[in-house]
Design a protein around this ligand. Structure first.
Ligand code: FAS
Ligand code: PHB
Length: 390
C-alpha cells in the first residue's frame, strides 16, 4: 500500500490530523494497535482549550461538542476552608474553555473518519517505522499473521507515551527530559450531579482533590494518593469520605455520592523528548510529551502539535514549501515547554509533597496567597489555562 502520510496511533492526535489532512485531499492511513472499542473505553481528559475546540470545528467534528459540551468561564481553587474563583473570561478578555470528555471527542473523530471513508487499521500488531531518514520511509505491521507494508512520504508518531515511534529513534538523536511526581491521581466517574457548576481544584494538607464533570449527570472526581496505592485500596465509600475531608465544608455538604462506574489511578510525570522530528518522521502529542493533568494541558498540547503539523504538511503538498516541516519541532516545543511550566507550577502549587520542608510548605501557601492578591498573577494563570496562542 502507498499513502502520503502514515500515522501511528488512533488516539485524538492521530485522528484529528488524519481528518484535517483528508479534508484537504491529503491521503493518509492510521495504524492503531488496539480495537476501536478499547480506544473508546479510555477515560481521560475533560477540558478543551478554545484553540482545540476551534480545531475540532475546522475538522468538521465540532457539532456534538458544541451541542453537549459546556462553556466554562471560570473555575475555583479551594484552600484553607474557602474557595476563590479564577474568572477566566474576565481575565483573558473573553476567552473560556469547553468541558467535553476526551472519550466523546475521540468518538466524534472516529465517526467523522468513517463518514469520509478514512483508512484506519485497528488491531495492527508490531507496527514499525523504517528508513525514517530516507526519502522513502515505510511502515510495517502484522495483521492476521501476515506482515504488511505501507510506503509513505512522511510518518507521524501519534502513538502516545508507550508507543513505538519515539523508541525507534536512535538514543543519540533524541534527548529526554523528565520529572516523576511522588504521588498519583485516583479518579472516579459517577452518574451523579456535579457538586459545583464549575471545576474546583482543592489544596489540602491531606492532599490535592479535583471536582470535575463530563455533563450535568456525570461527575469526575480525583484525589491525590501515594504512589504505592492501588485501586483495590480504595472502596467507593473511602473515596467519598476522603474527598469530603479535602473540600470546604460548604462544598462537601452538597456532594452527591454514588457508585463509581470507572475507577483508576494515573501516575504523574512531566516529560519532553527533543527534537520532535527524526528524518521524515514527526512526533505529536503524548508520543513526545506528557504533563501532570493538574493544568489540563495534556490533550491540549497535542492539539497545537497537530495544528502545526497540519499546516506544515499542507504547505508542503499544496505549495512545495517545506519551511513548516523544517520548523515544526522548534515551534511545537516552544509551546510544549510553556505547557510543561504551567502544569508543573499548578502541580507544585496544589499538591502535598511528602518531602517538603516547613519552608517549602510556607512558600507554597504564600504562592497561593500571592495569586489571589494579584490580578496580574491571576491573569497569568488564566491565559495559560484557556490556552496560549498556537
Ligand atoms: P494517546 O495515548 O491518547 O493515543 C495514542 C494511541 O496510539 C492509542 O490509541 C494507542 O493504542 C496507540 N498506540 C500505542 N502504541 C502503538 C503502536 N505501537 N502501534 C499502533 N498504535 C499504538 N490530559 C488532560 O488534559 N487531562 C486529563 O485529565 C488527562 N488524564 C489522563 C489520564 C491518563 C490515564 C492518561 C494516560 C492520560 C491523561 N491525559 C489527560 C492526557 C491524555 O489526554 C493525552 O494528552 C491524550 O490522550 C493525548 O492523545 P494522543 O497523543 O493521541 O495519545
Ligand atoms: C477531568 O475532568 O478529567 C480533568 C479536568 C481538569 C484537569 C484534569 C482532569 O486539570
Amino acid at each position: 500500500m502507498k499513502t502520503q502520510v502514515g500515522i501511528i496511533g488512533g488516539g485524538p492526535s492521530g485522528l484529528l490530523l488524519s481528518q484535517l489532512l483528508h479534508l484537504r485531499g491529503i491521503d493518509n492511513v492510521i495504524l492503531e494497535r488496539r480495537s476501536r472499542d478499547y480506544v473508546l473505553g479510555r477515560i481521560r481528559a475533560g477540558v478543551l482549550e478554545h484553540g482545540f475546540a476551534d480545531l475540532m470545528r475546522e475538522a468538521e467534528c465540532g457539532a456534538r461538542m458544541d451541542a453537549e459540551g459546556e462553556i466554562h468561564d471560570g473555575f475555583y481553587i479551594a484552600h484553607n476552608g474557602i474557595k476563590e474563583r479564577i474568572d477566566l473570561n474576565g481575565l483573558t478578555g473573553g476567552n473560556s474553555v469547553v468541558v467535553y470528555g476526551q472519550t466523546e471527542l475521540t468518538r466524534d473523530l472516529y465517526e467523522a473518519r468513517d463518514k469520509m471513508g478514512g483508512n484506519i487499521i485497528h488491531n495492527a500488531e508490531d507496527v514499525k517505522p523504517h528508513d525514517m531518514t530516507s526519502d522513502a520511509p515505510y511502515l510495517t505491521y502484522r495483521s492476521g499473521g501476515e506482515i504488511k507494508r505501507i510506503d509513505c512520504d512522511y510518518i507521524i508518531g501519534a502513538d502516545g507515551f508507550h508507543g513505538v515511534s519515539r523508541k525507534s529513534i536512535p538514543s543519540d538523536k533524541i534527548k529526554e527530559f523528565e520529572r516523576i511526581y511522588p504521588f498519583g491521581w485516583l479518579g472516579i466517574l459517577s452518574r451523579t450531579k456535579p457538586v459545583s457548576p464549575e471545576l474546583i481544584y482543592a489544596k489540602h494538607e491531606r492532599g490535592f482533590a479535583l471536582c470535575s464533570m463530563r455533563s450535568q449527570q456525570l461527575s469526575r472526581y480525583y484525589i491525590q494518593v501515594p504512589l504505592d496505592n492501588t485501586v483495590d485500596d480504595w472502596s467507593d465509600g473511602q473515596f467519598w469520605d476522603e474527598l469530603k475531608m479535602r473540600l470546604p465544608t460548604e462544598v462537601s455538604a452538597g456532594l452527591i455520592t454514588g457508585p463509581s462506574i470507572e475507577k483508576s489511578i494515573a501516575p504523574l510525570r512531566s516529560f519532553v523528548a527533543e527534537p520532535m522530528r527524526y528524518g521524515n518522521m514527526f512526533l505529536a502529542g503524548d508520543a513526545a510529551h506528557i504533563v501532570p493533568p493538574t493544568g489540563a494541558r495534556g490533550l491540549n498540547s497535542a492539539a497545537s502539535d497537530i495544528y502545526y503539523l497540519f499546516h506544515a504538511l499542507l504547505d508542503h503538498y499544496k505549495k512545495g514549501d517545506d519551511s513548516g516541516l523544517d520548523g515544526y519541532s522548534e515551534k511545537a516545543l516552544a509551546r510544549v515547554w510553556k505547557a510543561q511550566r504551567f502544569s508543573w507550577w499548578m502541580t507544585t502549587l496544589l499538591h502535598s509533597f511528602p518531602s517538603n520542608s516547613d519552608f517549602d510548605n510556607h512558600l507554597q501557601q504564600t504562592d497561593l496567597e500571592y495569586l489571589f492578591s494579584s490580578k496580574s498573577a491571576m491573569a497569568s494563570l488564566a491565559e495559560n489555562y484557556v490556552g496560549l496562542p498556537f
